[in-house]
Design a protein around this ligand. Sequence first.
Ligand code: DX5
Ligand code: ZN
Length: 232
Amino acid sequence: MTIPLAAYKEIQLLPSILSADFSRLGEEIGAVMDAGVRIIHVDVMDGHFVPNITIGPVVVEAVAPLVHERGGLLSVHLMIEKPERYLEAFAKAGADALSVHAEAGPHLYHTVETMKALGVGAGVALNPGTDVSRVREVAGLVDLVLIMTVNPGFGGQKLIERVLEKVPVLREMLPEEAAIELDGGVNRENIRRVVELGANWIVAGSAVFGAQDPGAEARVLQDLMTGHGSVW
Ligand code: DX5
Ligand code: ZN
C-alpha cells in the first residue's frame, strides 16, 4: 500500500509488536487499532547486526492483511546486515515503509533508491552512536528517519537522553514532509516531550504491550502525545 504523503506529517503512536504476546498477535494488533492506532512497528533482527533474532517476511505477510483491512500501515524496522538482500521480500510481504540502518552497509544511497523503486516508504535508521550527518546525502530522498533512543536489539530499555539532541537537528535537515520516527524507551513520562522536540512517529513497545490492557494504554499514550491527556 502506498503511504499517503500527509501521513508522514501526522503525529502517530506506533506500537512495536516486539513486546506483544506472539501467541495472540492478531488479537493484540486488533486491540491497539481499535484504540485508534494507524501504524504498527515491526522489529526485524538477524542475530548479526544486533544480538537478537526476531521475525521475517512470513510474519509481516501474516499480519499485513489484518492491518490493511482496518486502514492501517506497517512500518518495518530492519536491524539486519546487508538489508538490500531482503527489501523486495518485505515489500512483497506487505510492508508499507521500510527502514534500513545507515550503519548496515556501504551503499546507503542505492539502498534508499531501491526502496523508492519498490514503492514503499523509504526510511533510514540511526543507532545512538551515529551522527545525523550520516543521512545528509539522502535527506532529500527519504520519507522518514528513525532515531534509535536505545541501543537496538531489545525492548524495555531506558531512553538515552542525549540522543534527543538529534531531533531538532534532523527537523532542520529534512524536508517538511518527512517523518521523524523515534524508537526506544518511550513511556507516559517522556512521550509528550519527544513530540514537542519535533519527532512525530513515536514507537512504544513495552509501554503498550507490557501494560495489562494494551488498547487502553495506547489510548493514554495517544492522548498524552497530542496534549489532551494527563499522566495522572
Ligand atoms: C529495539 C526496537 C524497538 C523496541 C522498542 O531494538 O527497535 O522498536 O521494540 O521497545 P521499547 O518501547 O520497549 O523500548
Ligand atoms: Zn524498532
